[in-house]
Design a protein around this ligand. Structure first.
Ligand SMILES: Nc1ncnc2c1ncn2[C@@H]1O[C@H](COP(=O)(O)OP(=O)(O)OP(=O)(O)O)[C@@H](O)[C@H]1O
Ligand SMILES: [Mg+2]
Length: 312
């Protein structure tokens, strides 16, 4: 992750921009926990778009209820999806911390990535966590969680920022980072970031050393919010790269939801057409290869479409 994103992670609830109602819910829960320990829900589910502050708010809450940094354990569930990871978490949760106070919080990031078995194995501990433990689940796709898990959690929606809140965030960061942002660019960044603080920070970091023209193009590229490996694939196809290059890029794409990837590729390529005065034939051929639904054809459909995009 680029330093600008970690450097500006809010360290207190006061520094959080937007989501004020949610912040005040979290603050009053923490206050209750301090007054009457054990009375609040210990299993929270933060959900909302990627980069909108779920992990940030979960960490702040953990601190506010008395967990010191060394007792806030972050697990990226998309990398630790299975039953072994759950066992590890359950084992660790049994013991009170040795240093830094009595309480412990597990931030389970990207929880939708857990396998069905792993989710089922978490059920009981989520229902009745040990008294010294908080489980803070974060997800961009709450519908992918077992319903029984969702029902056990206090659900907290983290919303994207409004345009005004975004302007405040961009101005604050630009000032701290000593980056000049014209009012035109401010408007464009707000539009491209689409309410997502991480995206705004990423844009500021990307354009800081660019000239005006390059920066303008880079900001509009961000409006197509696709993961980097998908953008790389699209760029290679637009260039009409050799198949040997394209197939390496395909290897980097995780095939969790192929139809979703198709939609992102199609969206990127057609936006690139819209942003260009005269789209190249190669661009149109590539977009055309991604036009039809992949249904349940799995990664094979993606490979075939990418081949058609550069070979036909
Ligand atoms: N409300 C906010 N005010 C200021 N900065 C914020 C806010 N929310 C997020 N940020 C910035 O955006 C970055 C990303 O936020 P965070 O990691 O909490 O998002 P997330 O919702 O957990 O994303 P993901 O779904 O990808 O895990 C933070 O490091 C911080 O710099
Ligand atoms: Mg997160």
């Amino acid at each position: 992750m680029c330093p600008i994103i970690t450097d500006h992670r809010p360290q207190t609830f006061d520094a959080v921009i937007g989501n004020k109602e949610l912040v005040s819910v979290l603050q009053s829960m923490a206050e209750r926990e301090r007054q009457h320990p054990g009375k609040i829900s210990k299993t929270l589910l933060f959900h909302g778009k990627s980069g909108c502050g779920k992990t940030t708010l979960a960490r702040l809450f953990a601190k506010e209820v008395g967990c010191s940094d060394c007792n806030i354990i972050e697990v990226d569930v998309s990398d630790n999806r299975g039953i072994d990871a759950v066992r590890e978490i359950k084992r660790g949760a049994r013991y009170k911390p040795i240093i830094g106070g009595e309480k412990k919080a597990y931030i389970l990031d990207e929880f939708q990535g857990a396998t069905g078995d792993a989710m089922a194995a978490m059920l009981k501990v989520l229902e009745e966590p040990p008294s010294h433990v908080f489980f803070l689940l974060c997800t961009t796709a709450p519908e992918k969680l077992l319903e029984t898990i969702r029902n056990r959690c206090k659900k907290l929606k983290v919303k994207p920022l409004s345009d005004n809140q975004m302007a405040k965030l961009i101005e604050r960061i630009a000032e701290k980072e000593d980056v000049k942002i014209s009012s035109d660019f401010l408007r464009e960044i707000i539009s491209s970031a689409d309410g997502c603080p991480r995206q705004a920070l990423d844009i500021i970091d990307t354009i800081r050393d660019m000239d005006h023209k390059e920066a303008k193009k880079a900001i509009s590229d961000f409006s197509i919010s696709a993961p980097l490996e998908i953008i790389d694939l699209c760029r290679a196809m637009i260039k009409g790269e050799k198949w040997s290059v394209v197939r390496k890029l395909l290897d980097k794409i995780k095939d969790v939801d192929i139809e979703n990837i198709r939609r992102q590729v199609f969206g990127y390529l057609t936006s690139a057409m819209k942003n260009s005065d005269s789209p190249s034939r190669q661009m149109v051929v590539a977009a055309d290869a991604f036009r039809d639904n992949f249904f349940n054809n799995g990664k094979g459909a993606l490979i075939l479409a990418a081949y058609e995009a550069v070979k036909l």
